[in-house]
Design a protein around this ligand. Structure first.
Ligand code: NDP
Length: 494
């Protein structure tokens, strides 16, 4: 690909296999959240660029042979992409850390997950098949699964490459042409992987990336007449808007939205393990996770013991730039996100919550230039409070106690969301009975939030529609066609 000067930290739009500055030549500085100093420049698309990306994808879909070819060719290309990414794993992880703020250790896990996703999905690319159906008379009936055409993928900033590629990979495996719009705050790794597409054997125009403001560029992509499906990961508010636009054209959508996920700790739980798991579930990625386990409900008999452990672990968490050795929690993604989290912490205090740990910005002067929020635990927030009900998307855990299993399940399900829930108990019957009663698309037992490329990821209620990952995900990026053939033969009696 004719790349813009990667080494100088300039990132373009990737349209039709070329990296280019964009129609108006506009660029934006990309900030490092640990310092708020720009470290790269990225091209910003306008509506004309969005239209050109859709045109390029449509042309490649029709002309490159990507869709018509044997799935084994697409499998090979996805495996090559996995290898190219794996060889550059450290560089991609550093780029993700510099751009998003997460620790290098977390970024390495993310990039490893993308490699594994590409490998897993590659294994499905030549297993997309239909069925034969017995029908009356002298007929032969079969179904085929076809790619949709141009699929649009809109990604958020919290796991920039991982959440983009978990829908892009199956769309490619199914033979579609992709237009990806990364979040404006974190577009770099999406552009960097598109630079590898040509060498991986993905035809030019099959993977396009346009960076630009969601309200203008994201909507332009969804409204484009060539768009055949939308995969959106982001806030429930924007997800609902996209669903409305898509409904007007009967476009299939996959929506991965927000959450306010419960963790239930029963009296027989291993409290040390539970504490580590709870901390990981809310302080990991500085709490910026759709499925952050942000609402703790603990049995009243172990409440004080657990709160004390959580206070200690929160206070011992080492904050700092994600690239620094030993750092356990990086900055949050932007000043705006920091302000939003701090506003929720203030609201929690005013709404009657008691701050057990944290409760504000980090006071260390070395961290003053970055967006560092302390790991925070707030106890006894009323169920009706804003901070207890709304998604904060930061390292803030709200904690209450429950009296019995019914009470625990009632608290867990008392939310408009339904993405994830976790249960900590040594009793198998409690674990499985409660798991069955929880209104969440994903449940973990004695584990913090955890997922694998082979397990479905999706939410109930306001947390989304459809799923990503897992054995059946490729089907979401195909359409089923039924073909009936009249054999014209006389009716057989035997
Ligand atoms: P947003 O919904 O604001 O943005 C997500 C993406 O949508 C960005 O690329 C954004 O572009 C784009 N966008 C914004 N407005 C529009 C629009 N009108 N039409 C089309 N696209 C648009 O979410 P955030 O990026 O702030 O991410 C945080 C949210 O994402 C949280 O609520 C979180 O729960 C959710 N999330 C859900 C996950 C899941 O799997 N369920 C995973 C990760 C996050 P731009 O950046 O330019 O604004």
């Amino acid at each position: 690909m004719a790349a813009m000067a990667a080494a100088s930290g300039t990132y373009g739009l990737v349209i039709g296999g070329r990296e280019e500055p964009g129609n108006r030549g506009e660029t934006r500085g990309v900030l490092n959240p640990a310092t708020n100093v720009p470290f790269a420049q990225v091209a910003v698309a306008d509506a004309d660029d969005a239209r050109r990306a859709m045109e390029a994808a449509d042309a490649a879909f029709r002309q490159s042979g990507w869709a018509a070819d044997d799935g084994a060719r697409r499998a090979k290309a996805l495996l090559s992409l996995a290898r190219l990414l794996e060889e550059r794993e450290e560089a991609f992880a550093r780029l993700e850390t510099e751009n998003m703020g997460k620790t290098l250790r977390e970024a390495r896990v993310d990039i490893g997950f993308v490699v594994r996703t590409l490998e897993y999905i590659a294994g499905l690319a030549d297993k997309i098949q239909g069925e034969t159906i017995p029908v009356p008379g002298s007929r032969f009936d079969y179904t085929v699964r076809e790619p949709l055409g141009v699929t649009v993928h809109i990604a958020p900033w919290n796991y920039p490459l991982l959440l983009a590629m978990r829908s892009v990979a199956p769309a490619l495996a199914a033979g579609n042409a992709v237009v990806l719009k990364p979040a404006s705050l974190t577009p770099l790794t999406a552009i960097a992987i598109a630079r590898l597409a040509h060498d991986a054997g993905i035809p030019d125009g099959i993977l396009n990336v346009v960076n630009g403001p969601g309200g203008a560029i994201g909507e332009a992509l969804v409204r484009d007449p060539r768009c055949r499906s939308v995969s959106f990961t982001g806030s429930s508010e924007v997800g609902l808007r996209i669903a409305e636009i898509a409904a007007g054209r009967l476009l299939p959508v996959t929506l991965e939205l927000g959450g306010k996920s419960p963790v239930l700790v029963f009296p027989d739980a291993d409290l040390d393990r539970a504490t580590r798991g709870i901390a990981l579930g809310i302080f990991g990625n500085a709490g910026q996770m759709c499925w952050a386990a942000s609402r703790l409900a603990v049995h009243e008999s172990v409440r004080d013991a657990l709160f004390e452990r959580l206070r200690k672990i929160a206070e011992a968490t080492k904050l700092g730039p994600g690239t620094e050795d030993g750092v356990e929690m990086g900055p949050v993604v932007s000043r705006d996100q920091e302000a939003r989290i701090l506003e929720y912490i203030d609201a929690a205090r005013q709404e009657g919550g008691k701050v057990v740990a944290g409760g504000g910005r980090a006071s260390d002067p070395r961290l003053a230039a970055g967006n560092f929020v302390l790991p925070t635990v707030v106890a006894d927030l009323p169920a009706s409070s804003r901070a207890g009900r709304e998604e904060i998307f930061g390292p803030v855990l709200s904690a209450v106690s429950f009296t019995d299993t019914d009470d625990a399940v009632r608290i867990a399900n008392d939310t408009t969301y339904g993405l994830f829930a976790s249960v900590w108990t040594r009793d198998l019957a409690t674990a499985l009975t409660v798991a069955r009663r929880l209104e969440a698309g994903m449940v973990s037992v004695n584990e913090p939030p955890i997922t694998f490329p082979q397990t479905p990821f999706g939410g109930f209620k306001q947390s989304g529609l459809g799923f990503e990952q897992g054995l059946h995900v490729v089907e979401s990026y195909t359409r089923r066609k039924n073909v009936v053939v009249n054999l014209g033969a006389p009716k057989r009696r035997t």
